[in-house]
Design a protein around this ligand. Structure first.
Ligand SMILES: Cc1cc2nc3c(=O)[nH]c(=O)nc-3n(C[C@H](O)[C@H](O)[C@H](O)COP(=O)(O)OP(=O)(O)OC[C@H]3O[C@@H](n4cnc5c(N)ncnc54)[C@H](O)[C@@H]3O)c2cc1C
Length: 337
């Protein structure tokens, strides 16, 4: 017989954890499941590890800017290997701590990939689990670039695990992750090119500040190009890559040792077998009502990057998760503002 829960939360990032804790605190029988180490993107592969690296870049920037103003010498440099070891000091301990916290609250923690089996049941590692409600908190995944050779392009997860930082790096996309990675890599000595298809970088940010940032980036030697599309990536003879570009009618190439995907992320819904759960999707997004509830299966809610309602940021994921949890517990009364 299938194990029965009041709620199964898929994912162990900010969104799924908030909903799991709130429902458990209300006395519900709750399970949470992740196929990767517990903690989600922000803690393990996003905000936190990135901020450790940004911290080193900022320290170097501070030294250079204060040279001659009380600081003597500008010889400090990034040791990538030791910086990555320092980063792992923050990320490696997280999964057991996160899992222990969930267990202490009385939440059952499961490891494996969850997929719908029916409208009120999930398969995890070949076992069927029944649930009165399911929370989809599966986060986001890099969008398909749809260009030849995209298999050579590494993800932000892989960038944050690099043992060595190559000499020439191309960022595909010009959003906040591209800029943060570009500044980290440039400070660590790499030659970085940022390729953005749209007329301006950082589309959601204040244009005046973006101009200041772009100027500062160029003085660091970062090659910034807007209205430049990546058309393909090919390995070259020297174990590097040739990134093929187009800008209007002109074609170009950029030589790189590493090409990084920073072109945006989409809800991670692959492999959830949503059809079996009667959970509708339109154009790659869950069809949700104002209460973060599936329009086709009222037992199912979503929050965070998987819901894709607001910007893909941790505070948004947390906020939406509180809304989704309130609606699960009290009936649908709250909408994300
Ligand atoms: C490089 C990078 C830097 C970022 N920096 C910032 C920042 O500085 N500030 C900020 O606010 N935001 C930042 N973000 C965004 C932030 O990390 C996300 O918005 C936030 O983590 C989303 O949380 P979530 O709970 O929705 O999903 P996630 O934290 O991504 O959790 C989803 C979890 O679901 C699991 N999962 C997926 N499918 C299944 C399945 N079928 N079965 C079981 N488990 C599954 C995944 O393994 C994952 O652990 C950054 C993101 C990246 C990639």
């Amino acid at each position: 017989m299938a194990t029965e829960y009041d709620l199964i939360a898929i994912g162990s990032g900010t969104a799924a954890k908030v909903v799991a804790f709130k429902c458990r605190a209300a006395g519900w029988r709750v399970a949470i499941v992740d196929h990767r180490p517990y903690g989600g993107t922000c803690a393990l592969r996003g905000c936190d590890p990135k901020k450790v690296l940004v911290g080193a870049a900022e320290a170097l920037d501070g030294i250079r800017r204060l040279e001659g103003k009380g600081v003597v010498g500008r010889d400090a440099a990034v040791s990538w290997r030791s910086l990555m070891a320092f980063k792992r000091g923050f990320t490696d301990p997280r999964p057991p701590v996160v899992e222990a916290g969930l267990r202490e609250a009385g939440i059952e923690t499961l490891h494996g990939r969850a997929a719908f089996r029916g409208h009120d049941s999930l398969d995890v590692n070949g076992e069927t689990l029944k649930a009165r409600h399911v929370l989809i908190g599966t986060g986001a995944t890099p969008m398909k670039l749809g260009v030849p050779g995209e298999e050579h392009v590494i993800t932000s997860d892989q960038f944050l695990e690099l043992e060595e930082l190559p000499r020439r790096i191309v960022m595909v996309g010009g959003g906040f992750i591209a800029f943060e990675f570009a500044h980290i890599a440039a400070r660590a000595g790499s030659q970085v090119t940022v390729l953005e298809a749209l007329p301006r970088f950082l589309g959601h940010f204040d244009p005046d500040l973006v101009t200041l940032l772009a100027d500062r980036s160029r003085t660091l030697g970062i090659d910034l190009r807007t209205e430049t599309r990546v058309e393909g990536v090919e390995p070259d003879r020297d174990q590097g890559f040739v990134v093929k570009t187009s800008a209007g009618t002109s074609r170009g190439t950029v030589a790189a040792d590493l090409v990084v995907h920073a072109a945006g992320r989409v809800p991670d819904l692959e492999g959830l077998n949503l059809q079996a759960g009667a959970v509708n999707v339109a154009r790659g997004r869950l069809e949700l009502n104002d209460y973060l509830q599936s329009v086709s299966n009222p037992a199912v809610y979503a929050a965070g990057d998987a819901a894709g309602v607001g910007p893909a940021l941790t505070p948004v994921a947390a906020h939406d998760a509180h809304v989704a949890a309130s609606n699960l517990l009290d009936g649908n009364r709250r909408t994300p503002d």
